[in-house]
Write a protein that binds this ligand. Structure first.
Ligand code: ADP
Ligand code: MG
Length: 213
């Protein structure tokens, strides 16, 4: 049994909850190497998505992701709003019409999200951006799927890789976004967008594990 629209809704609601919980931490990270608005931007965006979900009927995971995408694009702002918006839009497109996501669909969803961010922001892995969380997550999910892992285990692998990837941004110099203006002064600080991305992927894994239990 795959992950259906109830899982996608649970994922988005859990994302909103963890983003709100980590709002201050994300603000602090962005204050160190940016302008300090990332936690506020993400919290505003995901709160708006939850408000939209409350009044919507979503038949498929793709419907949920599309609603998240359009709302994030219009509410998050900053550099990250269009990037996350594109990620969710491309993720939705990768699973359009599918009722239940199996492992292959999840890998397609995550790959499309990552590719959407790259298309929009042109960052490569190692540039100290959210891609440093998303790219290892896609690789780990893909490897887990090849090994025959369950949907929950695929997302667990993605979340763990995103968390390591976010941590690995700390020693890097930024080559994209606001932090790139800082040169060596960005060294020693974790990228806020990589950290929020890891939180979103952890929320995906947690809700998938709950759906499977
Ligand atoms: P802003 O930088 O406009 O204040 P946010 O603070 O909301 O926007 O988001 C900052 C995050 O956006 C960074 O931590 C980084 O992860 C991400 N980011 C910025 N530029 C890019 C890019 N070109 N590609 C991928 N991610 C990027
Ligand atoms: Mg900012």
């Amino acid at each position: 049994m795959g992950l259906d629209s109830r899982w996608a809704e649970a994922w988005v609601r859990e994302s909103a909850r963890v983003i709100a919980e980590h709002r201050t931490e994300l603000i602090a990270l962005d204050r160190e190497i940016g302008d300090g608005d990332h936690g506020e931007n993400m919290d505003r965006g995901f709160s708006a998505v939850v408000a939209k979900l409350d009044g919507a009927e979503s038949a498929t995971p793709g419907d949920v992701l599309k609603l998240a995408a359009t709302t994030l694009i219009s509410t998050v702002g900053g550099a990250s709003g269009p990037l996350f918006g594109t990620a969710y839009l491309k993720a939705a497109g990768a699973v359009t019409g599918t009722q239940e996501l199996d492992g292959a669909a999840l890998v397609a969803l995550l790959t499309a999200a990552r590719d959407g961010i790259v298309l929009r922001g042109k960052a490569e892995q190692g540039d100290k951006t959210m891609i440093d969380a998303w790219s290892p997550a896609v690789d780990a999910a893909s490897a887990a799927q090849t090994d025959g892992a369950s949907e929950a285990a695929i997302l667990e692998a993605a979340a763990a890789a995103a968390e390591s990837g976010a941590e690995a941004t700390e020693p890097l110099v930024a080559r994209k976004g606001r932090a790139s203006y800082l040169g060596d002064r960005a060294i020693g600080h974790r990228d806020p967008g990589a950290q929020s991305s890891a939180l979103l992927l952890r929320a995906a894994a947690r809700t998938a594990a709950e759906a499977a239990s």
